[in-house]
Write a protein that binds this ligand. Structure first.
Ligand SMILES: *[C@@H]1O[C@H](CO)[C@@H](O)[C@H](O)[C@H]1NC(C)=O
Length: 355
């Protein structure tokens, strides 16, 4: 008996549910089949039912919900971190765009570009805007990165980095050679350039520097300066990359040349005339030219007769006398091994003899 009266109740409920469904299904205006193709017309009332107050504007902008309540072009589009899908109103398609802004909250992270970001979102957004990958580095490098790196500390850092690479990666017969041999130094710096430039595009960016810092364990050694300071001091054109030239400059590699036939140059001057001795050592970013006579630096002596060294480093003797005869040598500051010898010959005044 108990069973017999319970069943009709159930049936009655089922019927009322069916009527409700029919009521929803019948007034299908455009009767578009849904994605599964079951031909169940309009989807719209269900959506309306879910969002009683209409479709939230945020969902519409994001394209999760199309403008009639149909699934929007962004519904299943995942754009990745720092981006979101936006409906292009001309094409009706969903497009990935960089986030306009992040929710402001402060949970700083270090980016592989050596910068400190307010939070993860800001990092990914920056990465999107700049169009290159910035990863989160799990170290505190960038927290310490500030303006405390002085030039003297920076030089010390570079010397340490050179020595470290010299020890780790150069053949033992070359150890220390970079200190006074330009060819050896260039060899070492070329090797470093290759190691630093992980993606082999001929330039070094912050994320590559960050990798070197990690790989070589450099983050702990230097309290005030980090390898990122290479970008601060040596990124001359400010494009956030180090070119080969900038890298060479950073590590004092100068490709100086002196043609063999100019190793010795003879200049003959008459007493009372002026003389200009030009140093034939050339090279991009050539350090200042130093002149020596009898093992004495002339640049720092305040001589009255030899007081103009010109923009190009040439030696200028205002009024030559016989005391100026002899050898002068020039070299680029710091590279004494490559020098040019100028021999100055002085003729006595020619007397015109009347007969
Ligand atoms: C000057 O230099 C030339 C070339 O190196 C050398 O032959 C000559 O002996 C030098 N003269 C003096 C006085 O040092």
């Amino acid at each position: 008996v108990t069973c017999s009266w319970k069943r009709p109740m159930k049936t009655a409920r089922w019927w009322s549910a069916a009527i409700l469904l029919l009521g929803l299904a019948v007034p299908g205006a455009d009767g578009r089949p849904n994605k599964e193709g079951f031909g169940l017309p309009p989807y719209r009332p269900v959506v309306r039912f879910r969002h009683k107050d209409g479709i939230p504007e945020s969902l519409r902008i994001k394209g999760f919900v199309g403008h009639n309540g149909y699934p929007g072009p962004c519904e299943h589009k995942y754009c990745g971190l720092g981006r979101h899908c936006v409906v292009n109103h001309e094409t009706g398609q969903g497009e990935c765009k960089c986030l306009d802004h992040c929710k402001p909250h402060y949970k700083p992270v270090c980016g592989s570009d050596g910068k400190l970001y307010q939070n993860h979102c800001e990092l990914h957004r920056a990465s999107c805007l700049r169009g290159h990958r910035i990863t989160i580095t799990h170290s505190e490098e960038c927290f310490y990165k500030d303006d405390n790196c002085r030039l003297s500390d920076y030089r010390r850092l570079k010397t340490k980095v050179l020595d470290l690479h010299d020890k780790r990666y150069m053949g033992s017969h070359l150890h220390g050679a970079h200190k006074d041999n330009m060819a050896a130094r260039k060899q070492l710096v070329d090797m470093m350039l290759k190691r630093f430039d992980a993606d082999n595009n001929g330039q070094i960016d912050a994320s590559e520097l960050s990798q070197v810092i990690k790989q070589e364990g450099l983050s702990k050694d230097f309290s005030e300066c980090t390898l990122f300071d290479l970008l601060k001091y040596n990124d001359v054109n400010d494009d956030e990359h180090l070119t080969k030239d900038e890298f060479y400059t950073a590590f004092d590699v100068y490709l100086l040349t002196l043609p063999d036939d100019q190793k010795v140059s003879v200049t003959t001057v008459t007493v009372g005339q002026s003389a200009v001795l030009t140093c034939a050592i050339t090279g991009e970013r050539r350090p200042p030219i130093q002149w020596k006579r009898n093992h004495q630096y002339l640049n720092s002596l305040n001589l009255e007769d030899i007081n103009d060294f010109g923009d190009d480093g040439s030696l200028y003797i205002t009024k030559v006398t016989t005391t100026h005869m002899g050898n002068y040598t020039c070299h680029a500051d710091g590279y004494e091994k490559l020098f040019q010898t100028h021999t100055l010959q002085v003729n006595g005044k020619r007397h015109i003899v009347f007969t």
